[in-house]
Design a protein. Structure first.
Length: 429
C-alpha cells in the first residue's frame, strides 16, 4: 500500500512538471510512478495513465529537440515515445530522419536594427556636433557661418529635418536684416532729398545782429557766437590813422588786416590777434583791360593811375582814430561792396554777389507772355518803366527778348551769375 501511494504521488508530481514544460523531470516522475504501481486491478488504471503521460512527455521532448535542430536526441526521444505507444511517434521519426537526410538551409543571422548600428550612431553623433556649432553661430548673429555649416550637413544628409529648420530660421533672420537695411537706406535717401530741397540759408542777409545783455546786470551777452566775437573785436580795435589816395581795394584790405593785428590787445597771444579779412571779387571784372595813359603835347606819357581791382573803383580816404568796424563800413560804401562774417573770417564780396548757392526755379507762364510784353506802352522802344508801369525807351527786341534785363528794369535785383530764360515750348520761365 505504501508503494502504491508513492507511485500516485510521483504521478501527480510528473503531471505538474509536464504542465510547466520540464520534460526531463516529468519523465523521471512518470517512470518512478510506473515502477511503484504494480499491474493489478486496483492500480492498473493509474499505471496506464502514467504510461500515457510518459509517452506524451517523450513526444513533446522530441518536438522541442527537433525545433532546436538537435536531431539525434530528438530521434532517441521519438523512439522512446514510440516504444510507449504514442500514436504520432512513428510519423515524427520519419520527419526526423528526413530532416537528417535533407537538412534545411542555415538561416541568416538576425538583422541588426539600424538605430543600433555603429555607422548610424557615428553619423548621428557627427550631425549633432555640427548642429550644435550651427546653433552657436545663429545665437551670436553670425548667419553666414551658420548657413555654411548647415548647408554642409545637408550636402551629406539632405533629409535632415533639424538642418532644414535651422536653414529656414537663418533665411528669415537674413530677410529681416536686409529688409531693415532697405528701410534704412530708403529713409536716408528721403532725408537727402528733403535736405536738398531745404537749403539752410538762414541769416546770410544779416551781418550784425542785436546782442541782448543779461538782465542781471553783469554786462555779459546772453549768446556769444563766433560771428559776434568777430564783430566785438572789430569794435574794440582802433586804428590811429587811415590815409589812402586813389588806392585799390587789395592794398586797403592788406592794410586793414595788418593794422588789426598791430592795434589789437597786446596781452593776447600772437595767433589770436587781429581779424582775418578775405577779398572775393569777380574774376571777369578783375580781368578788364586797363586804359592807356594819355600822351601830352610834348610826346611824354602821363603817369598812369593805379589800376582798380575786380571792377572796384579806386578809393580815397583820410581818417583818424576810427574803429576797424567803422572803417570797414565806410570802405564798403565807397567801393560798392559788402562784407559778411563767416565763422572767424570777414569775407568781402561785390554788392550783388550771391551769398549762397544759386537755386534753379521754374515758373508756369501763359503762352501769350511775349505778346503781353509787346503790348506794354513803350516796350518796343525800351528804357524802363515810368511811374504808371509803362516801359520808357528800351531797345530790347520782341523776337528774342532779354528777360533778365526786362525784369531788372521792373526792379528785380539779380545776383551775380544768375540767368533768366523763357521756354515757350513747355510754358516755363
Amino acid at each position: 500500500m505504501l508503494f502504491e501511494n508513492h507511485g500516485r504521488d510521483c504521478l501527480e508530481q510528473g503531471i505538474v512538471a509536464f504542465q510547466v514544460g520540464n520534460w526531463t523531470k516529468a519523465a523521471e516522475k512518470f517512470k518512478e510512478a510506473i515502477k511503484f504501481l504494480p499491474e493489478r486491478d486496483a492500480t492498473l488504471q493509474t499505471r496506464r495513465e502514467a504510461e500515457r503521460q510518459l509517452a506524451e512527455t517523450y513526444y513533446r521532448m522530441a518536438l522541442e529537440q527537433k525545433s532546436n535542430n538537435n536531431l539525434d536526441d530528438a530521434e532517441k526521444s521519438a523512439n522512446e515515445s514510440k516504444r510507449m505507444g504514442h500514436p504520432k511517434a512513428e510519423k515524427l521519426l520519419v520527419d526526423i530522419k528526413d530532416t537528417k537526410e535533407n537538412p534545411p538551409p542555415i538561416p541568416p543571422p538576425p538583422r541588426e536594427k539600424r538605430w543600433i548600428q555603429p555607422e548610424y550612431k557615428k553619423d548621428r553623433a557627427d550631425i549633432s556636433n555640427r548642429m550644435k556649432i550651427a546653433r552657436e553661430f545663429y545665437g551670436t548673429g553670425e548667419y553666414a557661418k551658420c548657413r555654411e555649416t548647415v548647408e554642409l550637413i545637408l550636402k551629406d544628409h539632405p533629409w535632415e529635418k533639424d538642418a532644414v529648420d535651422m536653414l529656414r530660421k537663418v533665411s528669415i533672420a537674413e530677410h529681416k536684416y536686409v529688409d531693415n537695411e532697405r528701410i534704412t537706406s530708403r529713409e536716408q535717401m528721403i532725408k537727402d532729398v528733403t535736405e536738398a530741397w531745404s537749403p539752410r540759408t538762414y541769416g546770410r542777409d544779416y551781418s550784425v545782429s542785436e546782442v541782448k545783455v543779461d538782465p542781471r546786470g553783469n554786462g555779459e551777452p546772453l549768446v556769444t557766437t563766433d560771428e559776434m566775437k568777430i564783430i566785438e573785436k572789430m569794435k574794440s580795435i582802433t586804428i590811429p590813422e587811415i590815409d589812402f589816395c586813389q588806392a585799390n581795394i587789395t592794398d586797403i584790405v592788406n592794410f586793414l588786416t595788418e593794422a588789426s593785428r598791430e592795434f589789437d590787445k597786446q596781452e593776447l597771444p600772437p595767433e589770436q590777434r587781429g581779424v582775418n579779412i578775405v577779398l572775393k571779387l569777380d574774376n571777369a571784372a578783375a580781368a578788364a583791360p586797363v586804359e592807356t595813359a594819355p600822351v601830352d603835347d610834348w610826346g611824354a606819357a602821363n603817369l598812369a593811375a593805379p589800376a582798380a581791382t575786380g571792377g572796384v573803383p579806386l578809393i580815397t580816404i583820410n581818417t583818424r582814430y576810427v574803429t576797424l568796424l567803422g572803417a570797414l563800413d565806410m570802405i564798403m560804401e565807397l567801393a560798392n561792396l559788402k562784407y559778411r562774417v563767416r565763422d572767424n573770417v570777414v569775407l568781402i564780396m561785390p554788392e550783388n554777389a550771391p551769398e549762397g548757392k544759386l537755386i534753379h526755379r521754374m515758373y508756369n507762364v501763359l503762352p501769350s507772355l511775349v505778346e503781353r510784353r509787346t503790348m506794354l506802352p513803350g516796350a518796343n522802344e525800351g528804357g524802363g518803366l515810368d511811374a504808371f508801369g509803362a516801359l520808357a525807351g528800351g531797345t530790347t527786341t520782341t523776337t528774342n527778348p532779354d528777360w533778365k534785363e526786362f525784369f531788372g528794369e521792373l526792379g528785380v535785383d539779380w545776383p551775380q551769375g544768375s540767368t533768366c530764360q523763357h521756354m515757350p515750348q513747355i510754358g516755363k520761365l
